[in-house]
Design a protein around this ligand. Structure first.
Ligand SMILES: *Cc1c(COP(=O)(O)O)cnc(C)c1O
Length: 392
């Protein structure tokens, strides 16, 4: 694989981690075995003691299908190594547990996925790990919020549902100065549009359930970065039993082969729809990093190669009128997920941000009439026609 590291992203997506197998298969097959056999005791010890990279037991991640997709993901994200997990939340929780102990502190910037917020706000405090939350427009408070026990600065970019763009390079520089790790959830951007490690982040997390899987048929997560920072995470994954199933790893590798063409197509369609939505008389506001007037556009232009497939917009109407508009859509399925070939729509107050108090929502600009769409790979003319009829 090393000889391939100077290749382009699409080439990595197709070839990294794969090699001809002994029967001539041109990519890694599915090894769904839970354990692997050895010819003699010395061979077992060679693997157990780490002298030989071999297969042993699937929950440990020592499975050829899992190791293959991990090498592909590491190459795609430009990291030294990658660990896959049974979900994005599993990847996040193992990362926090491995790098924080009782008495440690985390800073979470901007809006984050509801499960992440819950983990930081409810679960980790029970283990003595506290989190300070600062809004995305309060970056100037970052230095003052960092304490001597701050281990991790965590954020997503772009964020959900406002598509707020946070400056990875700037935040990572501050965190580094104080000896904290920068961990970025890059799920919305994908490795096609953004490379947090190259911008100074220490670890990158993806929910592979979204764009990396891309077809709404798998649940998984990954953390990518230097081996030194991944090693402590490995034992947490192993002992919490958070391993991705080999069948899922195989499906994920299949999906990653088309990642670049899929994400580039999402980018193109979303840009077209965002520009048309801005012009629509019933729309008050469109949040999309690719719009020149969008507040995060300049940072996005600097740190992103494409602006992604996620758009949110605010319609001129109340909560019920917004729900009615969502209900009139025919091609967009009402669902809280994102990143697949099928277009999805959600009204954040009914799903992803249902549990926030009205004050919390107001602070974040999440209004009743906000709609979030995940632009799929259908013909963009059909998607626009559907949005137009629903808005009229
Ligand atoms: C979906 C999502 C997660 C959680 O991933 P799961 O695979 O559902 O556990 C985390 N972060 C972001 C940004 C997400 O969209």
């Amino acid at each position: 694989m090393n000889k391939k590291t100077d290749l382009g992203l699409a080439t990595h997506c197709i070839h990294a981690g794969d090699s001809l197998d002994e029967r001539g298969g041109i990519f890694t097959p599915l090894y769904n075995h839970s354990t692997f056999g050895f010819p003699d005791t010395q061979s077992v010890l060679d693997v157990v003691e780490g002298r030989v990279e071999g297969s042993l037991y699937t929950r440990y991640g020592l499975n050829p299908t899992i190791r293959s997709v991990e090498k592909k993901l590491a190459a795609i994200e430009g990291g030294e190594a990658a660990w896959v997990f049974s979900s994005g939340m599993a990847a996040e929780s193992a990362t926090f547990l491995a790098h924080c102990k009782s008495g440690d502190h985390i800073i979470c910037i901007g809006d984050v996925y509801g499960g992440t917020y819950d983990l930081l706000d409810v679960n980790l405090p029970n283990l003595g790990i506290s989190t300070t939350f600062i809004l995305g427009n309060e970056i100037n408070k970052l230095s003052d919020s960092i304490k001597s026990n701050t281990r991790i600065v965590f954020f997503e970019t772009p964020t959900n549902p406002n598509m707020e763009v946070l400056d990875i390079e700037g935040i990572a520089a501050v965190a580094k100065k104080y000896g904290a790790l920068t961990v970025v959830d890059s799920t919305f951007a994908t490795p096609v549009n953004q490379s947090p490690l190259a911008l100074g982040a220490d670890l990158v997390i993806h929910s592979t359930t979204k764009y990396l899987g891309g077809h709404g048929d798998l649940t998984g997560g990954v953390v990518i970065g230097p081996t030194e920072l991944l090693t402590p995470i490995w034992t947490w994954r192993k002992n919490l039993g958070q391993m991705m199933a080999p069948e899922v790893a195989y499906l994920l590798a299949r999906s990653l082969r088309t990642l670049v063409v899929r994400v580039n197509a999402h980018n193109v369609s979303a840009q077209i729809l965002a520009e048309r939505l801005v012009e629509h008389p019933r729309i008050n506001k469109v949040n999309y990093p690719g719009l020149p007037d969008f507040i995060g556009h300049n940072i996005a232009k600097h740190q992103m190669k494409g602006f992604g497939g996620m758009i949110s917009f605010v319609i001129d109407g109340n909560a019920q009128e917004t729900a009615d508009m969502v209900d009139r859509l025919k091609l967009f399925s009402i669902a809280p997920s994102l990143g697949g070939v099928e277009s999805l729509v959600t009204q954040p107050i009914t799903t992803t941000h249902y549990n926030l108090t009205p004050e919390e929502r107001a602070k974040r600009g999440i209004v009743d009439s906000m709609v979030r769409i995940s632009v799929g790979l259908e013909d963009v003319a059909d998607l626009w026609a559907d949005l137009e009829q629903a808005l009229s």
